[in-house]
Design a protein around this ligand. Structure first.
Ligand code: DGJ
Length: 682
């Protein structure tokens, strides 16, 4: 049963006599409920009713983490279900997952197997969630839940977070506020199909059932086998959405994101600067420019491989991971040496789960391709098909693509892992006829196995989850990846919205944000270099243009901005993010970052529409120490004109937070950044 999920209660006297919110903690099919269920089983005798009862529990405490396992058992059958809860006290986060053990005599099948089912009682519920599509990911949508089921889900198998994200914020008793009110936030740590169902019932209760999407995924368990669900990560805040975000960021950086406590380097990625059109000379000249700007890692993107079927366009070569002799006759080592001679490290792009029909790999291993079989047409997306990661041989191949590269070139410091299609050709030549329905799940588990092996073997290589930008933004992939490419849309105006949504759940340290050319390649919008830097500096800054596209003045600006980012990077990457003005509201956006010790902070403000003559951006900062006095200094300026009526003034934390300050931004696509440093002169 579920009695309370909300603010912690120390004195629970009286609670035991109250009627419960939900009768079951893990509702199962066949016990009388007509609502969403977490578990649906066909038992070994073909029956479908399941009644789970408390069997026993275990609890252990390890400093910050309390682990509880509640063992449940079906009343009649030898079906055991363990609910695992990992509570992180400082971060106010609970991770929940479930293991289902088949101790029945014969095989059973699972048609629903959620990670968690949590319930609340309030007068009304407002759901914030994130939707989009390629180049417009993580758009924020806020809506009141009405009776019935609202479900956030994907059935796409791969690039699962491109359209909807497996995360949410639920506000109880009113529209979500940034800094007040009860909010439950959560995200599923899984890079496969997901389903988060929000059911408001006739008693105005809300139940969230979250986990793998069981769509086309009946899962068979032989006697003695068990199934483990992915983790659902949940947090609670009674100080609004912003605290919920900070809780998730804190938890991710400490316990989930790979190397979440290490500063991220500034990269220059070759994609928008060169696309497929490069040779060694072009890359070296880009490296010269990158080094001059102060970039730390040069990343060679798509187009470096394939010989029989050279990768000169997106129509050939995927699968043939040998260096293209024509473009790069001296191989990668020559480029790596050159990068290092310039004081940078080298990174490389791969897309090892994928295959072009025009490739040597496709000729050699047609059976490794995910396919509908019976000679049905193979449906292409970006001219490519998907390798069948449910097959251990394919897992080895994918592992070897990266392992061979890193073994041969141990100086490769960064791997950008792309994935540019979904899983629509549903069918596996590896899985048995009966277990075809395991494909969606086994694919994701296969990917996890490969990434786990690489993580162990290459602990210090940086990995980026790219997936067309925004396609693998989930806590599951972040266990193995240091960062994600948030979107292929690099227009800074659009990025204000994309990063706004993304950082509701996922931390800025993991959010790769690149400065690209103007007019922007995706939207054709023109923006100043300063605006582009000011937006990208709110995440893990990178550059994605050919440095020779910048004139002398721009190059100087870029150099200074990069030097500046190196100085402020610990605040962005390790600090707390506060959302001050939403880009969705009034044509302004503002955020501030505060270092954990509250001695330094950053204020970033943006105007993206035209404003009335006297309308100014007015912001009240958050998270500072009210007892401290701070120096407020405008930084990253491209002219002498300040956007504030003072600079280097001393202002108390109380004034900055309670009274607020005017920022003089009125025109579209203008921005300003301020460094706020504790002053000892008070
Ligand atoms: C999609 C990615 O999101 C881009 O950054 C780039 O790597 C291309 N793929 C390369 O094909």
């Amino acid at each position: 049963m579920q009695s309370h999920y909300g603010k912690s209660i120390k004195n629970t006297q009286g609670l035991e006599n109250m009627s419960v919110i939900f009768n079951e903690i893990y509702p199962s099919f066949g016990n009388g409920t007509n609502d969403e269920v977490a578990l649906m089983v066909t038992h070994d005798d073909g029956t479908m009713a399941t009644d789970l009862f408390y069997h026993s529990h275990q609890q252990k405490e390890d400093k910050n983490i309390q682990t509880t396992i509640i063992h449940l058992k079906d009343e009649k059958k030898e079906l055991y279900v363990d609910l695992h809860f990992k509570a992180y006290a400082n971060e106010n986060v609970i991770e929940q997952f479930t293991t289902i053990h088949n101790k029945e005599k014969k095989e059973i099948s699972l048609s629903q197997y959620a990670s968690s089912a949590i319930g609340f009682k309030a007068t009304n519920y407002y759901l914030s969630h994130f939707y989009g599509s390629h180049s417009k990911e993580m758009m924020l949508s806020e809506e009141r839940l009405t009776n019935g089921i609202k479900s956030i889900e994907t059935k796409r198998g791969v690039r699962t977070t491109e359209y909807e994200n497996p995360s949410f914020m639920l506000s109880l008793d009113g529209v979500a506020q940034e800094n007040s009110g009860e909010v439950i936030a959560g995200a599923l740590a899984w890079s496969g199909n997901f389903r988060l169902a929000f059911q408001v019932d006739d008693k105005a209760r809300c139940q969230i059932t979250a986990g793998i999407n069981p769509f086309a995924s009946n899962y068979y368990l032989a006697s003695g086998e068990q199934f483990e669900t992915p983790r659902m990560v949940l947090t609670y805040s009674n100080e609004g959405k912003n605290r919920a975000s900070i809780n998730l960021h804190n938890w991710a950086k400490k316990y989930n994101l790979r190397a979440g406590n290490e500063l991220r380097p500034i990269v220059l990625n070759s994609w928008e600067g060169a696309y497929f059109k490069f040779d060694a000379d072009k890359l070296k000249s880009m490296m010269d420019g990158a080094a001059e700007m102060g970039v730390e890692v040069f990343v060679l993107d798509d187009g470096w491989f394939g010989n029989k079927y050279p990768r000169n366009r997106a129509n050939a070569g995927l699968g043939d991971w040998q260096v293209n002799q024509k473009k790069l006759p001296k191989g990668l080592e020559d480029l790596i040496d050159y990068t290092e001679s310039k004081g940078m490290r080298f990174g490389i792009w791969v897309e090892p789960e994928m295959i072009n029909p025009k490739s040597e790999l496709a000729e050699k291993h047609p059976d490794w391709i995910i396919q509908r079989q019976n000679d049905r047409q193979k449906l292409l997306e970006r001219n490519q098909l998907l390798l069948d990661l449910s097959n251990p041989k394919v897992q080895d191949f994918v592992f070897n693509v990266v392992d061979n590269l890193l073994k041969k070139h141990p100086k490769i410091a960064y791997v950008k892992w792309d994935a540019n299609r979904h899983l629509q050709n549903f069918g596996s030549t590896y899985l048995s006829a009966k277990k075809q329905s395991h494909l969606f799940i086994e694919y994701t588990l296969g990917l996890e196995k490969v990434l786990e092996r690489l993580t162990i073997k290459y602990p210090s290589t940086i990995f980026q989850a790219c997936a067309s930008g925004g396609g693998r933004v989930d806590f599951g992939s972040m266990k193995h990846m240091h960062e994600f490419w948030a979107s292929d849309d690099t227009d800074p105006y659009e990025r204000l919205f994309i990063q706004w949504g993304t950082n509701h759940i996922y931390p800025p340290i993991a959010t790769a944000a690149h400065v690209t050319k103007s007019p922007n390649h995706q939207t054709k919008r023109e923006t100043s270099l300063k605006f582009r830097f000011d937006v990208a500096m709110a995440g893990r800054l990178g550059i994605e243009l050919s440095p020779d596209a910048l004139d002398k003045k721009e190059l100087e600006f870029a150099k200074k901005a990069i030097t500046l980012y190196k100085d402020i990077r610990p605040i962005v990457q390790f600090g707390d993010l506060y959302r001050l003005l939403s880009p969705y509201d009034d044509g302004f956006a503002a955020i501030n970052y505060v270092a954990k010790n509250k001695k330094s902070a950053l204020l970033m403000v943006y105007s993206h529409t035209h404003h009335r003559r006297y309308e100014r951006n007015f912001v009240k900062l958050q998270g500072l120490d009210p007892t401290l006095v701070y120096k407020v200094e405008e930084i990253n300026m491209d002219s002498k004109k300040l956007h504030i009526s003072f600079s280097n003034q001393l202002i108390s934390g109380e004034v900055l937070m309670n009274r607020g300050i005017w920022i003089n931004l009125r025109k579209p696509l203008q921005s300003a950044i301020f460094k706020i440093t504790e002053s000892n002169q008070n």
